[in-house]
Design a protein around this ligand. Structure first.
Ligand code: C2E
Ligand code: MG
Ligand code: MG
Length: 737
């Protein structure tokens, strides 16, 4: 806009230029302040005389030289950008109350803005100040506040047609004329909101609305009011954008209800979801099934491969579980390696067996983690609603019991719940609970079974065997409780006590002048405990026992699988001086290589081979021969007859133990045996070769009917019973000499 007077124009100007110039003169004479604002450069580029007055500028040059960016707030800058975009899109015009600060003096004007393209093609803004506003400070401030607030405020008439929107609200609608209802992205929410607003006169809701930035979450609140201009019914709506909060809340809710590793629903969600499904099934007269799934030997995998690989495995298992069920079934992770599936069976559906089998089949395919192909199997317990329980708690318990039984029956199987199972498992659980009580009440005792040298018939060792004095059931043998102690983990504490007690005994006997090797049984499970070696080192230090007179009996299963912890522990123990014996040899899966790779000293031939010596002596013969070749000591277990002993002697087997000489007996009885053996040896000298055993008359001393095990024979064990019926211990003892 030229500022020079029309008279300055050259006389030769073409007619169009003259028209433009005279129009510019008109604009310059207007009383309405008009100026063009270059949004990109934050400068006024054209202004008429009235505008110069508003801006308190002496000339256009002085005004255009002003950089207005310096005192422009971020929100004003953003708003100008928004306008620029709007002008590019359409012929938009806005009317707003603006406060300018020329030379620092606030001047409030009602300004109409519209797009104006500059000669270089950029979009600028034509501003027409319609009136200077001389209102009260409150009014001015509230207008400013309304303009700058991020809260979206709109006024709609009774039909939802917009009457007013502040800047924030204007930015959040798709079209200027958009009616209130169209703002909602969710039709259901819209209906509910409008209904509530109509009936209550106000409504609040967090809902998704359509904005130029896509769907956003707004907290919308509206109340009925009257239009201040014409008094007709209107609705005042305020909105704030809560998208960020909503996403965070949704995430928190998801995290609270899902397992982070697998993304499956967790126990919390399971509770509400399955309860909801139960109620729905009940109402519809339909059936549901719960499958309780527990991976087999997951702990071993986790311990040997590391948790990272264990985690990967669980993620893959979760994926396969999802793949095995239908969309409307429900899969959750209960924690660890336990999963639960809830199947919708409809009225008569029977597909749970099939689904359980599909799950086992899915798991059959090897899973590759950390470069290793693993085959995992699972044990699945199954129960149905309403037959096996009507509430979640009962159903979960029953499915769990069935799973527990499936594991006991040899893993990788599916077992449905039934009442007999319940009784059986409850008895087991009861036993496990009473084991802990027994431990706390000191109801366990170590008995010792003499180990004898076959060549001279002397007691040279003692195997420590655990006994449980049950307050009502009497003496319980380890076969009936060790597996449960292993399952509950109590074996680690019991084991420590056993080692401690046996170590004290060895020390006491050595101090009393008896050269006796004490052997202790340790199960494979105990060997997997990485603290075992340290425990034993501490016990040796504390008791002062002599490890060279102590032996650890392990089974072949301890060696199979080549567990790192086991190998380490064995090494530490042999370095300490302990010797290692393989117990029940011949019943497991070890091979010569496994035996040679470990510091094994002794093999104990399983008593089943001794019991069948008469009919099938081949295996015992083979084992003894092998021991001679490998330089191992051989012990025969379960020797019950003279014939067996003679057979062993003929083959140079080193040691034996068995009812022929003595069962496991209490400590004091064992000590009396030792004392008498010593007296006898001192008095008579040790009989070499033939002649009566020096222990011949010791035997009745250990006959303590309440303690020795054959007085409470296990049902069906004919041998034990037969021995128990004998008149005295002496009859069992070595009459051959
Ligand atoms: P094992 O180590 O093979 O112990 C030998 C078992 O054979 C003992 O049974 C013993 O009483 C029995 N026995 C000994 N001589 C004869 C015989 O002539 N005929 C017959 N029929 N049996 C005989 P027990 O005491 O019931 O122990 C069973 C198993 O329990 C033991 O087998 C051992 O594996 C385990 N065990 C015992 N005490 C402990 C312990 O403190 N810790 C661990 N982890 N296991 C133990
Ligand atoms: Mg043993
Ligand atoms: Mg044995």
């Amino acid at each position: 806009m030229p500022t020079n007077a029309p008279d300055d124009l050259p006389k030769t100007s073409p007619p169009e230029a003259r028209i433009a110039t005279s129009f510019a003169t008109v604009v310059n004479r207007l009383e309405t302040p008009v100026w063009v604002f270059d949004i990109d450069r934050s400068r006024v580029v054209e202004a008429n005389a009235a505008a110069l007055a508003v801006w308190r500028a002496e000339s256009l040059e002085a005004l255009t030289a002003r950089d207005l960016a310096s005192d422009m707030s971020i929100s004003v800058r953003e708003r100008l950008r928004q306008y620029q975009a709007d002008f590019e899109r359409s012929d938009a015009r806005f009317s707003e109350i603006w406060t300018l600060y020329p030379e620092g003096q606030p001047t409030t004007l009602r300004v109409v803005f519209s797009g104006h393209r500059l000669p270089d093609g950029r979009m600028a803004m034509l501003c027409e100040a319609l009136a200077q506003i001389h209102e009260t400070p409150e009014w001015l401030r509230s207008t400013e506040a309304l303009l700058h607030t991020p809260v979206m405020i709109s006024l709609y008439d009774g039909d939802g047609v917009p009457l007013y929107r502040n800047r924030a609200a204007r930015n959040a609608v798709l079209r200027e004329g958009e009616i209130f209802g169209d703002h909602f992205a969710d039709a259901g929410d819209r209906e509910a909101f409008l209904r509530r607003l109509d009936s209550d006169g106000h409504a609040e809701m967090v809902t998704r609305v359509s904005t130029p930035d896509g769907a956003r979450w707004h907290e919308v609140s509206a109340r009925a009011c009257s239009d201040a201009v014409d008094g007709r019914p209107a609705r005042l709506v305020s909105e704030i954008d809560v998208t960020a909060r909503k996403i965070a809340e949704d995430q928190i809710r998801f995290l609270a209800h899902h397992d982070l590793l697998t993304g499956l629903p967790n126990r919390t969600l399971l509770q509400s979801e399955v309860e909801r499904r139960l109620a729905a099934a009940e109402a519809a007269g339909e059936r549901l099934a719960l499958l309780f799934i527990d991976l087999d030997r997951f702990k071993t995998i986790n311990d040997s491969l590391g948790h990272l690989h264990g985690d990967r495995l669980l993620v893959e298992v979760a994926r396969r579980l999802n793949r095995s069920v239908r969309k409307d079934d429900f899969v959750a992770r209960l924690g660890g390696d336990e999963f639960l599936v809830c199947l919708a069976l409809g009225r008569h559906g029977r597909r749970c067996e099939a689904v359980a089998r599909r799950i086992l089949a899915e798991l059959d395919a090897p899973i590759t983690v950390g470069g290793r192909r693993l085959v995992v199997s699972a044990s699945i317990g199954m129960c149905s609603f309403p037959e096996d329980g009507r509430d979640l708690d009962t159903l979960m318990r029953h499915a769990d019991l069935a799973m527990y039984a499936a594991k006991d029956q040899g893993r990788s199987r599916v077992l449905p719940f039934d009442a007999a199972l319940k009784a059986e498992v409850e008895a087991q659980l009861e036993l496990e609970a009473s084991l802990l009580r027994a431990f706390e009440r000191d109801e366990f005792e170590l008995f010792y079974q003499p180990r004898l040298s076959i060549s001279d018939g002397r007691i040279i060792g003692a195997e420590a065997l655990l006994r449980w004095h049950h307050p009502t059931r009497g003496l319980i043998l380890p076969g009936a409780f060790i597996p449960h102690a292993e399952k509950t983990g109590l074996i680690d504490r019991i084991g420590t006590e056993v080692i401690h007690e046996a170590a004290l005994r060895q020390k006491a006997w050595a101090e009393a002048g008896h050269d006796i090797t004490v052997s202790i049984n340790l199960s494979a499970r105990q060997f997997r405990d990485p603290r075992l070696a340290d425990n034993i080192v501490a016990i040796v230090a504390e008791t002062g026992c002599e490890p060279r007179r102590m032996q650890i009996e392990i089974t072949e299963s301890t060696l199979v699988g080549d567990d790192r912890v086991t190998t380490e522990t064995l090494r530490t123990l042999t370095e300490l001086g302990f010797s290692i014996a393989i117990d029940d040899f011949g019943t497991g899966y070890s091979n010569l290589a496994t035996i040679q790779n470990h510091p094994i000293d002794t093999l104990k031939i399983d008593r089943s081979f001794i019991a069948t010596l008469e009919t099938r002596p081949a295996l015992a013969e083979l084992i003894i021969g092998m021991c001679h070749l490998l330089g191992l000591r051989t012990i025969a277990e379960g020797v019950e007859t003279e014939e067996q002993l003679a057979w062993l002697e003929a083959r140079n087997c080193h040691e034996y133990q068995g009812y022929l000489f003595s069962p496991a007996i209490p400590t004091d009885a064992f000590e009396q045996l030792l004392e008498l053996q010593r007296d006898r040896l001192a008095g008579q000298g040790m009989a070499e070769g033939g002649g009566p055993s020096p222990l011949w008359d010791l035997i009745p001393l250990v006959k303590r009917p309440d303690d020795v095990e054959w007085d409470r024979p296990e049902p069906g064990s004919a041998k034990v019973r037969r021995l128990g019926l004998r008149t005295g211990f002496g009859h069992g003892f070595n009459p051959r000499r």
